[in-house]
Each structure stands twice: as C-alpha cells, then as structure tokens.
Design a protein around this ligand. Structure first.
Ligand SMILES: Cc1cc2nc3c(=O)[nH]c(=O)nc-3n(C[C@H](O)[C@H](O)[C@H](O)COP(=O)(O)OP(=O)(O)OC[C@H]3O[C@@H](n4cnc5c(N)ncnc54)[C@H](O)[C@@H]3O)c2cc1C
Ligand code: SF4
Ligand code: SF4
Length: 413
C-alpha cells in the first residue's frame, strides 16, 4: 500500500485529522476551520519542515509504543496493568467526563511538582461551540478544562508554546495526537526531555463541527445566543448542555446524540481508517466502561485504564497513594471488548478498508506495530469492508481541497 509523500497529499486524500502539529513545527502554517467544520493547515511550508512533519503526522504514520516487558493483547495492544479507577475527589469525578482519571492524573502531576503545566483541550476563547488547545498551569485549571469535547481541536498546535517553555509538562490528547507526539520525541529532544506523561482516551472518532451546530439548531437555538456548549460531564455521561446567554439551558440526552448508527456521528474520514483508536503510544489510555458501549443511565463514573508503560504505572500508583485517584479491581482485556464493541470492529476492519483505498489508487497511513493485517485474519466482512471503502473513495469521500503551498528550498542530506 502507498503512503502519503507530502502534507498536501495527506490533506487532499482526507487523511489529515487536524492534530495541529503543522502549526507547531512550521513558521507559516496555521490551523484554520474550513467551511466543512474541520481544522486543516493553511499557508506555506518549506521542504525541511515537511520532512520533519511527515515523520510524525498521523495522516502519514501511526505507531504503537512497546516497552520491553509489556504484555501484548492482539486487540488492545501493549499493556502493563489493566485496572478500573476514578478520581478520589468527588467533585472532580462528578464534573469530569467519566470517572475523571485524566483530570486526576494531571492534577496530581502539578501538585507533586512532576510537571509545571498540562497541555490539553478546552473551550475556544471566542466561540463556545468550538474547542481549542489550552495550557493549564494549576490543578483548578485542569479541572476547568476537564470533559470530553467531540468537535475538532488541534491540541498539538499548543506544542509550539509548550516546548518554548522548556519545562516539564503532561500532554492529554487523542490517540492520533499521542502517536504523533511520541514519534516527534524521537527526533526532538525538547519533547523527549520535557513531556513527562502522555495520557489519552479511547476514541470513537472526532466529529465535524457541523454535528455540534446541528445539535444547536435542532434545539431551536441561534448560535449567537449560546453562552456555553458542554458535551458531557456533571454526571456520567451527563447531558450535552446548551446554556444560553439569558441563563436558560437545554439538555440533550447523550444517547439521542450518539446512539444512531456511526454515520450520524459525522466523524472525519481519517477516523474511519484509524488503526489506533485505543492509544497504543500513550503511557495511560482510559475508556468508558458501559456494557455494549452505551450508557443505560447516569452513574458515578468508572474509567477502564490501559496502563501501557512503566512511567504510566508509576504515575497511577503515585496519584493513588497521594489521594488523587481511587484504583479498584484488576481488569481483563476481554472486558474492554465488551465496553468498546465499535472500536474492536474498527481495529479488525482497517486492513480491508486501506486495501479499498489502495484499489482506488489512494494512499493510507503507514501503520507501525499496530497488527493491522493480523487483526483482519478470518474477518467475515473483509470483502464488504474493502469494496465499501473503495466505493466511497471512488465517490470522492476521501477527497478534500487544500490550502497549502510548498516553498522549495534546498535540503542538505
Ligand atoms: C473525540 C472523543 C471520542 C471518544 N470516544 C470514546 C470511545 O469511543 N470510547 C470510550 O470509552 N471513550 C471515548 N471517549 C473518551 C471518554 O469520553 C472519556 O473522555 C474518557 O473516558 C476520559 O474520561 P475522564 O473522566 O478521565 O476524562 P476527564 O477527566 O474529563 O478529562 C478529559 C480530558 O480530555 C481532554 N479532551 C477533551 N476533549 C478532547 C479532544 N477532543 N481532544 C483532545 N483532548 C481532549 C480534556 O482537556 C481533559 O483533559 C472519547 C473522547 C473524545 C474526546
Ligand atoms: S494530521 Fe496533523 S500533521 Fe498531519 S497534515 Fe493534519 S495537522 Fe498536519
Ligand atoms: S478515531 Fe483515530 S484518527 Fe479519529 S480522532 Fe480518534 S484517534 Fe484520532
């Protein structure tokens, strides 16, 4: 299979997820919201910048991070411990997305002086429907920026500011972002030296902003009247809440927003061929724990943790001992299958989907250590997945315009 040879090829073949690395590693690319409601790089780049970008860009490559001594599950990847946990602080557990584990680990790292700040995601400064990268310097700010936000966000654009601080930090981001960050750390010592923990969530996909806008319009609200749009939290999962400038609010039930078939999620094309929706490059990946992948009702919040590295295990243990985290029973990888049926289905379907792209002469990312061919062995729907993706590609589903210009500069070997 062919992989993209340029950032333009990544974007034009629907493989960009808008991670923001383009903005962090170049002088003249910026992440911009397109009319379709996705974030894409725009501007000019030099070939030397492009070479560095291509070594980590999630549209070009994604990789598992396997430490010596890890156990390996065919579906769930490398792991050292699998446990159930939640924030030991009741208000954090209530306010956060699930059990507040990501928030708890960020808060502990700041409190213990392991990190000076957390780079993660929060509400956009001027548009409450949008999401932006944020730097939290205090434990209070980490809590303020808790909660899942399903719309587009370029967390890695914040690496420009984060790396300029030359100080220890925690990164909380989606699995594709974490793969890029881990790969960047191979070539960038600022990243290797300063990023003390890479934390992620298991990820069903990133919606276009159109999904959020439709929800607001569907509730009969004009965007200009929205003061706050919250996706979940304040309970698990808690409601999607549209708070108006006049103080009134409208709640949308989680299941009515997400329980339709996956077509209704409006996720980006890169997500549909994502070989790592489970954070195989992270120190710790956390998930929801609802049987069948859907909440039956609100509950107090329980995260399933896939602790993948020694650093992740140390962080979880120290946060537990310091009273930030409650760690409960040991889990079995097959419990994650039960909680994440959509992600298991996707992991198994990546090989035929990428072959479908190949059939149409379109590239797909290089998957390193992600067991893509092995997971598709004996897949009953192999032919259907391949032909379906080929058909969608033929219909132009993976074609996008780009607003990029390469400035040719001589590169020294
Ligand atoms: C796009 C998306 C898809 C998801 N799909 C699944 C799924 O299929 N299965 C599943 O089990 N769980 C999924 N989750 C994760 C789940 O919703 C919980 O967020 C997760 O279990 C973490 O819970 P928590 O209580 O520890 O999070 P919290 O303590 O509330 O912390 C969440 C952290 O994530 C950061 N964050 C929020 N949104 C984003 C974003 N878009 N990009 C990067 N960072 C972000 C926040 O800044 C915060 O630091 C998804 C989350 C997102 C954002
Ligand atoms: S996925 Fe990230 S690095 Fe790749 S083109 Fe998009 S913004 Fe740039
Ligand atoms: S599904 Fe994969 S590509 Fe899409 S946001 Fe999640 S980790 Fe990134």
């Amino acid at each position: 299979m062919r992989h993209p040879g340029s950032i333009q090829e990544v974007v034009e073949n629907g493989l960009c997820i808008g991670c923001g690395l383009c903005e962090a590693l170049t002088e003249n690319l910026n992440m911009k919201l397109t009319e379709r409601g996705v974030l894409r790089p725009q501007g000019t780049l030099r070939r030397d910048e492009e070479i560095q970008l291509l070594s980590a860009c999630p549209g070009a490559v994604a990789a598992s991070h396997i430490e010596t001594g890890s156990q390996m599950d065919e579906v769930w990847g490398p792991w050292q411990k699998l446990v159930m946990a939640w924030s030991a602080e009741p208000d954090v557990r209530f306010q956060a997305s699930t059990g507040g584990v990501l928030t708890a680990l960020g808060r502990y790292a700041l409190d213990a002086g392991l990190a000076e700040f957390v780079l993660h995601a929060g509400v956009h400064a001027t548009d409450p429907l949008r999401t932006d990268w944020v730097i939290s310097d205090t434990a209070e700010e980490v809590l303020d920026n808790s909660g899942s936000r399903y719309g587009p966000v370029s967390v890695l654009a914040g690496l420009k500011a984060a790396l300029a601080r030359n100080a220890p930090f925690v990164l909380i981001a989606k699995p594709c972002d974490i793969s890029a960050a881990r790969l960047l750390a191979i070539s960038d010592t600022r990243m290797a030296d300063n990023c003390v923990a890479m934390l992620t969530m298991v990820c069903g996909g990133l919606s276009d902003l159109t999904k959020t806008r439709e929800a607001v319009a569907g509730a009969g609200v004009a965007e200009k009247d929205v003061a706050e749009f919250r996706y979940r939290g304040f309970g698990t999962p808690g409601p999607h809440r549209i708070t108006l400038k006049n103080g009134r609010y409208i709640d949308i039930d989680y299941n009515s927003m997400w329980s339709r078939d996956e077509q209704g999620w409006r996720i980006q094309q890169r997500c549909k061929i994502c070989a790592d929706p489970i954070g195989e490059a992270a120190d710790v990946a956390v998930s929801d724990t609802w049987p069948g992948g859907k909440p039956a009702a609100d509950d107090p919040g329980h995260n399933g943790l896939i602790i993948r590295t020694g650093r992740g295990a140390d962080l979880v243990q120290a946060a537990t001992e310091a009273g930030f985290l409650t760690t409960a029973e040991t889990l079995d990888a097959r419990q994650f299958d039960e909680w994440q049926p959509h992600n298991v289905r996707k992991k198994r379907a990546i090989q035929p989907r990428c072959l479908g792209l190949d059939d149409q002469g379109q590239p797909s990312p290089e998957w390193r250590g992600l067991r893509v061919p092995e997971l598709a062995e004996n897949l009953e729907s192999f032919k259907r997945e391949r032909e379906g993706t080929a058909q969608r590609a033929a219909n132009g589903a993976f074609r996008e315009g780009s607003n990029l210009k390469l400035i040719e500069t001589p590169v020294e070997d």
